[in-house]
Design a protein around this ligand. Structure first.
Ligand SMILES: *[C@@H]1O[C@H](CO)[C@@H](O)[C@H](O)[C@H]1NC(C)=O
Ligand SMILES: *[C@@H]1O[C@H](CO)[C@@H](O)[C@H](O)[C@H]1NC(C)=O
Ligand SMILES: *[C@@H]1O[C@H](CO)[C@@H](O)[C@H](O)[C@H]1NC(C)=O
Ligand SMILES: *[C@@H]1O[C@H](CO)[C@@H](O)[C@H](O)[C@H]1NC(C)=O
Ligand SMILES: *[C@@H]1O[C@H](CO)[C@@H](O)[C@H](O)[C@H]1NC(C)=O
Ligand SMILES: *[C@@H]1O[C@H](CO)[C@@H](O)[C@H](O)[C@H]1NC(C)=O
Ligand SMILES: *[C@@H]1O[C@H](CO)[C@@H](O)[C@H](O)[C@H]1NC(C)=O
Ligand SMILES: *[C@@H]1O[C@H](CO)[C@@H](O)[C@H](O)[C@H]1NC(C)=O
Ligand SMILES: *[C@@H]1O[C@H](CO)[C@@H](O)[C@H](O)[C@H]1NC(C)=O
Ligand SMILES: *[C@@H]1O[C@H](CO)[C@@H](O)[C@H](O)[C@H]1NC(C)=O
Ligand SMILES: *[C@@H]1O[C@H](CO)[C@@H](O)[C@H](O)[C@H]1NC(C)=O
Length: 752
């Protein structure tokens, strides 16, 4: 007999066994109808017996997490017939849109209810507290309200999975009565308060996950009693540090993830000496100081080690040679020094961070010291930079190919990415990613595309995105010093905008610009008013050392398993920065000193921006020319002669400035003062003009046109005197620092 025939026969035998099992008790059939009604389950076929396993009472061969099964059991003869009870109801990924049925209490033998990934709303009925359940899973719904204290009465309960809902309130102390519980998953809800002290008694726990909540208080030391624990996940939970010493007794841990502890005091590396079974160790952003423990090198089971964004110092211990069979070691964002060991130089092994400035494949060193450190002016991995020129704008299509939109060219950033990948553009920017999606069951991904169904303007810009599981950083360099507008374009393209569980994902991350937190717990879809909608966030950034750093960081918040496993962390589509026109106005704005401020007003109105004084940070110097050197705009317009215009330049500079550059600025400034909005150049053309001198000449001929000059003259007739208001440090660029600029790290250190 062939194998398949054996298989077929056993399958048939099974079918007979099931159908011979018995019928569902009539009362319970009626209850199932009520349950269907409450859940919004419309396709149960009541013309066949629910215990038959036929029709759609059991969906054969569940795929991709879909599962649909009503299981009967505990049968007995009643009035000569074999009658059975409902013992388990599993309805996964069905997008049911009803509420949780309290009718379940009428199934006396029910031990399992699994409603994973639906669209159910409402609260948990307190009546469930009287059902002798073993397993409850409500993962990925829209459920709200507190957990009823009655659940603490389900003494049989082994697994309570409430992740990815909107439950709130404090955890009831009664849950401490669940002394048989092995799995307690509360991730991604809105729970508040301390972990109840009664939880100390939950010593059967093997797997405890509470990330992405609003808990308060510290991680309690009594977790030391949970000695059977194999997995502990406290990511972005709201709890504070330090990691308690009691953790050292959890020697059965295989997977330990604690990240983003709140207002934690600095503490040394927790004592993990006896946790030799560890495969995943993530202690990110936990304010850990001191050196890396040597014993970790002896933990041969370790696959992923993430100690990034702490304050670890010293060198990588030589014992870490023992980790060469591991796959990931993230040390980004620490204060480590010394060389990166040779043995890390192998495929599949990545070290984010310290010592050397090499950036060979598989051996990436990221210098960034911490999330909030101010921009040091150092670009990791780039080494000595020779700037062929200074740029005043930058456009990047994150995760996508080069495209042109609105007259701007967005640079290609389509590199597939990797767990510690550094990309350097041919021009003046670089990008780096830290992290891989730890629980991803698909092929690794660092970019995401959605090529259809986007309806926003400039949809092309939004089709490709770069995503990151930990941190994504972009560095701009060879940028002219000054104030920039940084426009970050976001749109949620991974979740859906419908009434399915795929729409229930919440992506939450932080954004730092020049080391300053500018967006905290940013949720794209929420800010944009829905999925697939664009949201542009503008920021002002001061570039003082010719570099700009933008970092997107996942602080452990938001859902991580919707619509499928490992969907979380920052997602960015496009970003661009351009010199703010006000900066430009700050460099060369014409202020009517005595009578009115009309010219300035023109400039300000025309560009709809704030006054320079409020924007331009750094050293500014306002110098008015003596009265006898006043110029009427009229005069300049008529005689755009270099000598006249150059009189506008601060006399204290003497002859020590680049005439060509000064002329460009003055001429561009003149264009900007044009009273007719049509004649004033756009921001992008101003930036272009500042970048390439030739364009100005073309545009200048425009301003020389008599009619245009006339309007300008009329507008400014009243002006008595003009002064020039500029930022000395900005404008004197060409005085002290002739091109090309060599911006290597020693240069930066010296200029400190
Ligand atoms: C119901 O059936 C299960 C499995 O056969 C059994 O373990 C349990 O004791 C039964 N419950 C009752 C109350 O008979
Ligand atoms: C069994 O028979 C009794 C007496 O006739 C009746 O009351 C009861 O409803 C029957 N039970 C079932 C499950 O049919
Ligand atoms: C719930 O889903 C059903 C389809 O399963 C649909 O007909 C119904 O309109 C939905 N109800 C709501 C309130 O969305
Ligand atoms: C829990 O069960 C006990 C008896 O088993 C009962 O006295 C108590 O009222 C129940 N508590 C809740 C909150 O339902
Ligand atoms: C119920 O939960 C236990 C404890 O975690 C788990 O081992 C078991 O597989 C679950 N049973 C089902 C049917 O999901
Ligand atoms: C359950 O827990 C509560 C509060 O923690 C306690 O007062 C109660 O006695 C416990 N009930 C049982 C049945 O253990
Ligand atoms: C979480 O709960 C707080 C109050 O405790 C409330 O202000 C906030 O809106 C809730 N957040 C969500 C996402 O429900
Ligand atoms: C580790 O285990 C050893 C041997 O059981 C024990 O002596 C030592 O105290 C343990 N260390 C910690 C930190 O728990
Ligand atoms: C970073 O900049 C902030 C102001 O943005 C300042 O308060 C802080 O002292 C600076 N920190 C360092 C380390 O320079
Ligand atoms: C952001 O800045 C750009 C110019 O850089 C401007 O076109 C856009 O209107 C601004 N958007 C918002 C929301 O301020
Ligand atoms: C930019 O500013 C920094 C510090 O203010 C200065 O050291 C550097 O020379 C400036 N760069 C240029 C190109 O002007």
């Amino acid at each position: 007999m062939t194998f398949s025939r054996v298989f077929l026969l056993s399958l048939l035998a099974l079918c007979f066994a099931v159908s011979a099992f018995g019928l569902l008790l009539p009362d319970e059939v009626q209850t199932l109808r009520e349950v269907a009604q409450t859940l919004g389950k419309t396709d149960w076929d009541f013309s066949v017996d629910p215990c038959s396993g036929e029709s759609n009472w059991v969906k054969p061969l569940p795929l991709n997490g879909e599962e649909n099964a009503v299981t009967c059991g505990n049968c007995s003869l009643v009035n000569g017939t074999n009658y059975c009870h409902v013992v388990s109801i599993i309805l996964k990924q069905e997008n049911l849109n009803g509420t949780l049925p309290q009718e379940l209490v009428k199934f006396p033998y029910l031990y399992e209810i699994d409603l994973t990934r639906n669209y159910l709303s409402g609260t948990i009925p307190m009546e469930w507290g009287s059902i002798k359940l073993l397993n409850i899973s409500l993962l990925g719904n829209r459920l709200t309200g507190p957990i009823p204290k009655e659940l603490g009465n389900i003494s049989t309960l082994k697994s309570l999975v409430l992740e990815y809902n909107q439950f709130s309130g404090n955890l009831p102390p009664e849950l401490g009565n669940l002394t048989k519980i092995e799995r307690l998953f509360l991730t991604s809800n809105n729970f508040t308060g301390d972990l109840p002290a009664t939880f100390e008694r939950l010593t059967a726990l093997k797997d405890f996950r509470i990330g992405d909540n609003q808990f308060s208080g510290r991680i309690p030391n009594w977790i030391q009693d949970w000695t059977r624990l194999e997995k502990l996940v406290i990511q972005g939970s709201g709890l504070s540090g330090p990691i308690p010493s009691g953790i050292s007794s959890l020697t059965n841990l295989i997977d330990l993830r604690i990240t983003d502890l709140k207002n934690g005091a600095d503490s040394t590396f927790p004592e993990l000496t006896n946790m030799t079974r560890l495969q995943t160790l993530i202690l990110r952003s936990c304010n850990i100081i001191g050196t890396l423990p040597e014993y970790l090198g002896n933990f041969r089971s370790l696959i992923t080690i993430d100690l990034s964004f702490n304050k670890l110092s010293g060198t990588i211990p030589s014992t870490y040679y023992g980790l060469r069979k591991s796959q990931y070691l993230y040390l980004t964002g620490n204060l480590l020094t010394g060389p990166v060991p040779e043995w890390t130089d192998q495929a599949g092994f990545v070290v984010g961070n310290p010592g050397q400035q090499t950036c060979e494949t598989g051996r990436v060193n990221l210098f960034s010291s911490s999330l909030t450190d101010n921009n040091s002016g150092i670009v990791p991995c780039v080494g000595s930079i020779s700037c062929p020129k200074l740029w005043y704008s930058l456009h990047i299509n994150c995760g996508g190919k080069q495209i042109s939109e609105n007259g701007n060219t967005y640079d290609d950033d389509s590199d597939a990415g990797g767990p510690a990948r550094f990309r350097k553009s041919a021009t003046n920017w670089a990008g780096s990613n830290t992290g891989h999606f730890v629980d991803n069951t698909r092929s690794p991904y660092y970019t995401w595309s959605k090529t259809s169904g986007l309806s926003m303007t400039n949809a092309e810009l939004y089709m490709d995105a770069r995503v990151s599981p930990i941190s994504l950083t972009y560095y701009g360099y060879c940028l002219g010093n000054g104030s920039y507008t940084v426009s970050l374009h976001f749109a949620e393209i991974m979740f859906t905008d419908d009434k399915t569980y795929s729409s229930l994902g919440r992506r939450v991350f932080d954004v730092y610009i020049q080391g300053k937190l500018v967006l905290k717990d940013f949720n794209i879809a929420q800010e944009a008013g829905g999925v697939g909608k664009a949201i542009i966030k503008n920021f002002t950034a001061a570039v003082t050392r010719n570099t700009l750093e933008i970092r997107f960081y996942w602080a452990g918040r938001g859902t991580i398993d919707l619509p499928f496993r490992s969907v979380y962390g920052p997602l960015i589509l496009v970003w661009l920065c351009s010199l703010i026109l006000t900066y430009f106005a700050g460099v060369l704005s014409f202020i009517c000193k005595y009578d009115n401020f009309e010219c300035l007003t023109v400039l300000v109105e025309g560009r709809n921006v704030t006054l320079p004084g409020e924007i331009v940070s750094g050293k500014r110097n306002t110098i008015s020319l003596p009265t006898n050197e006043c110029f009427y705009l009229l005069d300049w317009a008529n005689e755009l002669k270099e000598d006249n215009l150059l009189k506008l330049v601060d006399e204290r500079l003497g002859s020590e400035f680049n005439k060509e550059e000064a002329m460009v600025m003055i001429r561009v400034a003149l264009l900007c003062t044009n009273s007719s909005q049509k004649l004033r150049p756009s921001v992008s053309s101003v930036v272009r003009m500042l970048e390439s001198r030739s364009v100005v000449q073309d545009l200048e001929s425009e301003i020389l046109d008599d009619k245009k000059l006339e309007s300008m003259r009329l507008r400014n007739q009243e002006s008595q005197c003009l002064s020039m208001d500029y930022s000395l440090s900005d404008f004197s660029t060409s005085v002290t620092d002739p091109h090309p600029h060599h911006l290597d790290s020693s240069y930066w250190e010296e200029s400190n």
